[in-house]
Each structure stands twice: as structure tokens, then as C-alpha cells.
Design a protein around this ligand. Structure first.
Ligand SMILES: N[C@@H](CCC(=O)N[C@@H](CSCc1ccc([N+](=O)[O-])cc1)C(=O)NCC(=O)O)C(=O)O
Length: 215
């Protein structure tokens, strides 16, 4: 059966690979799995057929035969459980890699995403500067812990895993801010993720969609 995912028809991230289909594309490429992409408009995402796949009217979704999944972290985990290259075989190492998946989405991403949203939606509020400082302090607390744990290691816990994949996609949202530059080892870690051939294939594929929509 063909795997089909959904992605933005016209990505607001302008081909920068920040929309969450990118992490699913990357996981599929790491696993060497071919996939189709159904491009959806914002309007289509709120219609019954898409809501049946994604109750919050968002992308990405994942379909493979009778299975329909939503939630990018769960989709990455589903791919990683069934195919090599994303989770270790050793049970303890696998459990730690899954912990890093949760850490990426539950501990690091919330303040990072809140900052991104604030910069888009709250810039004109009188309290914006103070809120931004607070969000960036929260992010620094997370990056302090991550930087200390990562040290000079190549990946978070031995071999590259789905935990690194999710963490790198979360940290990329800080690119362009000074925050990542304050942590040279984290900046180098993100660059290592972006240098992976699977990442580059996934990035090129989502960029091609943006370029075609902007043609
Ligand atoms: N928790 C869900 C969240 C999915 C989600 O946030 N989807 C967003 C796109 S990725 C989030 C995103 C959006 C835009 C940018 N950007 O840079 O422009 C980056 C990331 C979406 O469909 N939004 C449309 C809607 O909610 O109506 C998951 O991980 O799958």
C-alpha cells in the first residue's frame, strides 16, 4: 500500500521546512519509505473529510492502507517502530530515545512555539516586549539543560534517533534568532541534522511544493 501524508498546499513557512509535515517527510526518508503527499488548503483542512483524519483540522496526517494517523510525533514513532534507522534495537536505549521524542515535543517545543506565535500574533500588544523576554528566558532554561547534556556528543544518546529528528525540527524554529548562537554545541547539532541526506531529501521535497505554489 502507498503511504500518503498531507501537507500545506501553500505553506506559510515559505519553504523553510518549519511546518510539521517536514518531520514526517524526514522520518520516511530515514526509513527509506516512498510516500505520496496530498496537498490541502486551509479550507479543505476544516472540511469533514479531513477532520475525519485530523480532529483539529491540521496537517500532517498519515494514511497507510486501513490505518489513518494524526499528530506528527505519533506518526514519526509509528514509522520508527516498524522500520530501521530511527530507534535502537536495545530496549533500554530505545526507551531513552522515546524519552527524547517526548522531551522535544513536551519540554522544548512549547516555549519555542509560543515565541514563534507571539512574534506573529502579539507583536503590536503593549506588553509584547516583556512577554517575549519571558518566553526567551524559558527557552534559555531548556537550551541550558540540553546544551549541558549534549556536550560535544554527535547525537543525544548514542546513535541518531527519532528523538534527535524531532529535537532538530523543534530547534530549527529558533534559526534567525540569537538564541541558538548562544549555544554553539546546539547550533552544530542542528547543522549535523540538516546535513543528513534524508533531511536534505525531505527539505527539497517540501521546498519544491512551495516553489510550485509560488510559480
Ligand atoms: N500537534 C500537531 C500540530 C499540527 C500543526 O500544528 N499543524 C499546523 C501546521 S504545522 C505548524 C506550523 C504552521 C506554520 C508555520 N510557519 O512557519 O508558517 C510553522 C509551523 C496546521 O495545520 N496549522 C493550520 C491550522 O491550525 O489551521 C502535530 O504535531 O501534528
Amino acid at each position: 500500500m502507498t503511504i500518503t501524508i498531507t501537507a500545506f498546499e501553500r505553506s506559510p513557512d515559505r519553504g523553510n521546512g518549519l511546518a510539521r509535515d517536514m518531520r514526517v517527510r524526514w522520518a520516511l526518508e530515514e526509513a527509506g519509505l516512498p510516500y505520496e503527499v496530498r496537498l490541502v488548503s486551509f479550507k479543505t483542512m476544516k472540511e469533514p473529510a479531513h477532520l475525519a483524519l485530523q480532529p483539529f483540522g491540521q496537517i500532517p496526517t498519515y494514511e497507510d492502507g486501513d490505518l489513518a494517523l494524526f499528530e506528527s510525533g505519533a506518526i514519526v514513532f509509528h514509522i520508527a517502530e516498524r522500520h530501521g534507522g530511527l530507534l535502537p534495537d536495545d530496549a533500554a536505549a530505545r526507551a531513552r530515545a522515546v524519552a527524547w521524542m517526548f522531551a522535544a515535543l513536551n519540554t522544548v517545543e512549547p516555549p519555542v512555539f509560543d515565541r514563534a506565535l507571539a512574534r506573529i500574533l502579539e507583536r503590536d500588544e503593549p506588553w509584547y516586549e516583556q512577554r517575549l523576554r519571558g518566553l526567551e528566558d524559558s527557552i534559555r532554561k531548556r537550551l541550558d539543560g540540553l546544551s549541558h547534556r549534549l556536550g560535544d556528543a554527535e547525537w543525544l544518546d548514542g546513535e541518531f534517533s527519532a528523538g534527535d529528528l524531532l529535537m532538530v525540527t523543534v530547534l530549527r524554529r529558533l534559526q534567525g534568532s540569537d538564541l541558538l548562537a548562544e549555544y554553539p554545541n546546539i547550533s552544530a547539532y542542528v547543522a549535523r541534522g540538516e546535513a543528513r541526506p534524508a533531511y536534505r531529501r525531505a527539505f527539497a521535497a517540501q521546498l519544491a511544493v512551495f516553489n510550485a505554489s509560488n510559480g
